[in-house]
Design a protein around this ligand. Structure first.
Ligand code: AMP
Length: 595
């Protein structure tokens, strides 16, 4: 299909041709004829980057009466950046339409400039909800004549708490308006808004509902929590041309990761809510023009950052919400380009990958963390590629050539190459010279019980002395078993000599004994994160102090535990009914530890 076949006006066709759009994208093929030929409302499930601005923008522009000096279309969007981007796109599409005005109004900027721009009434307003209400209340914007209302990234607007504002705005628009709602996901609240405010709406889906972009490859690496940053560096080093966003959970983590990357010589910067609007603008601009290769950001701060050719999205942590993952990964693989969404996960988060696979209907590939040798090889050949492709400015280099040749004449070609390569490459060789293997070794169930674990049992059983009872904030509900507990302790402490005594797993908590001289080490290992919380149990009296210890065939690290007596409860179906991923989880996650 061509744009011409979509019956768009000549002025619009010439503008999009100048922009280099050759043929409509799928969302445009579906939406443009619908908006032009039908009278109904529309709910479109489409990700950012699928071409949805043109999908609603082109048919709306096609129907605008330029001679009518009234607001005829309103586009609501969640962020200032998106607002600016949409207005820019609409201006581009309408640049050959004389008399057509598009004005963007959004918070975070002096309202007086926007008030001036509204003095000469535009036909299209692109707005963030809060600022628009302000302008309506000042009597500067009237919506009683609009023909089209577009709710763009509706799910994001709800996430950002604009629900009431959207309702207020909807109620100020005429019943006769047509509403076009675009959303990447379809949570219940969106369906409610559609039901309440939209008439006979048609629903179209671009790609699978809730699926990420087709062009995105999803991969993950399993890492120990404390080695996350080292793994990130390996990923970046393995991809010398990376241009991507590293998503972190909190502002603090964002700052820390960005600072470390900068200190380590990477071209990175941070984007988070503690920055002023001006600082955020500067960082985003630097990233857009590729002055920055890696942007470390929180989800909220990265919203509205419109960059379409990211090579990678890196999830420094997996988000709790699968929809957040969809949004993150949807930032790469846009406009028919391919992209990679990388996640660094802890072995106990594998169930989250399963959830994502189910939800996105895509498989995720686990890759081994590259070793130093692989990284060095990749960097070396990247350097060689660059050398092959570099543009040589003969004219400018000519005056120096004679002297250079003379200076190097005693060196063979091979020697010159070695030295040239070493110049750039030594820092990698040096850094990776003694690099550790960061891969986490996952044990199978059998090996876990009889093999390595057996020898460990012996070791654990030999220690004697006073014990302290500790409490962990996860229990049967989270799929904890004695074996899983040991796996978690191994992961966090990376020290197999810590002896664990009786284990008792209740629905919500796990209690276990530790020799008192190892308590501090164990608590310290868990202190730097919030997910797994281990504290001294109230009273701190070990189970064995209360009950004489008995050896059993299970061994159980020296003592029979109450936890063992409750074995039938592990993997309890009823406790896990609402969490299908709990089943079978223990097999893959138990006992991971560093080589
Ligand atoms: P959007 O989803 O509106 O943010 O668009 C994503 C990117 O695709 C933007 O950079 C658009 O300029 C570009 N784009 C939109 N429609 C087309 C098309 N038909 N052909 C090529 N690029 C397009």
């Amino acid at each position: 299909m061509t744009f011409k076949e979509l019956n768009l006006k000549g002025e619009i066709l010439s503008a999009i041709e100048e922009l280099g759009y050759e043929q409509p994208m799928p969302v445009q093929e579906k939406t443009i004829p619908f908006v032009l030929e039908q009278q109904a409302d529309l709910v479109a499930l489409a990700q950012t980057g699928t071409g949805k601005t043109a999908a609603f923008g082109l048919p709306i522009l096609n129907t605008i009466d330029v001679s009518r000096k009234q607001v005829q279309a309103l586009v609501l969007s969640p962020t200032r950046e998106l607002c600016i981007q949409i207005a820019k796109d609409l201006k581009n599409y309408s640049k050959n339409m004389r008399g057509l005005r598009v004005v963007a109004v959004y918070g975070g900027e002096d309202i007086r400039t926007q008030l001036r721009q509204l003095d000469e009434t535009p036909q299209i307003i692109v707005a963030t909800p809060g600022r628009l209400i302000d302008l309506i209340e000042r009597g500067k914007v009237a919506l009683n004549n609009i023909d089209f209302l577009v709710l763009d990234e509706a799910d994001e607007m709800l996430n950002m708490g604009f629900k009431e504002d959207i309702k207020t705005i909807l109620e100020k628009t005429p019943e006769t308006r047509r509403t076009l709602l675009f959303s990447a996901t379809m949570p219940k609240e969106i369906a409610n808004i559609a039901r309440q405010y939209m008439k006979n709406f048609e629903e179209i889906t671009i790609g699978t509902r809730n699926s990420g972009s087709e062009n995105v490859e999803h991969i993950y690496y399993i890492s120990l929590a404390k080695q996350r940053y080292l793994v990130l560096k390996r990923i970046v080093d393995l991809n010398p041309d990376i241009y991507g966003i590293v998503f972190c959970r909190t502002r603090q983590e964002t700052k820390e990761v960005a600072e470390k990357l900068m200190q380590d010589g990477y071209n990175a910067d941070a984007l988070h809510g503690d920055l002023s609007q001006a600082q955020r603008d500067t960082v985003m601009q630097k990233f857009r023009i590729r002055n920055i290769q890696l942007l470390v950001a929180t989800d909220v701060a990265a919203r509205g950052l419109d960059v379409s050719d990211l090579t990678h999205v890196i999830n420094y942590n997996l988000p709790d919400d699968t929809e957040v993952y969809t949004h993150r990964s949807g930032r790469t693989g846009r406009a028919n380009k391919s992209g990679i969404s990388v996640s660094i996960i802890h072995s106990k988060e594998k169930f989250k990958i399963k959830d994502l696979e189910r939800m996105l209907k895509k498989s995720f590939k686990q890759l081994p963390i590259p070793n130093g040798l692989e990284v060095c090889k990749k960097q070396l050949f990247h350097l060689i590629d660059r050398m092959q492709q570099v543009e040589v400015n003969e004219e400018q280099i000519a005056p120096y050539m004679e002297q250079i040749m003379k200076q190097l004449e005693y060196l063979e070609k091979e020697e010159i190459l070695k030295r040239f390569v070493s110049l750039e490459f030594n820092r990698f060789l040096e850094y990776y010279k003694n690099a550790d293997d960061l891969n986490v070794v996952e044990q199978s169930r059998d090996r876990g019980e009889r093999g390595e674990r057996g020898s460990e049992r012996g070791k654990r059983g030999t220690k004697t002395g006073e014990k302290t009872r500790l409490k962990m904030n996860m229990g049967n509900q989270e799929g904890i078993t004695p074996r899983r507990l040991l796996g978690i302790i191994n992961d966090f402490t990376n020290d197999k000599s810590i002896s664990i005594g009786s284990i008792e797993v209740t629905n919500k908590f796990t209690f276990f004994d530790v020799y008192s001289d190892q308590v501090k080490q164990l608590l310290n290992a868990f202190s730097n994160q919030s997910e797994v919380v281990v504290v001294e149990a109230k009273g701190s009296r070990s189970y064995d102090d209360r009950r004489p210890a008995k050896r059993n065939t299970q061994g159980s690290w020296g003592e029979r535990s109450r936890g063992d007596r409750k074995r039938t409860h592990y993997g309890n179906e009823s406790a896990n009914q609402d969490k299908p991923w709990r089943k079978g989880r223990e097999r893959s996650n138990v006992g991971s530890r560093k080589k």
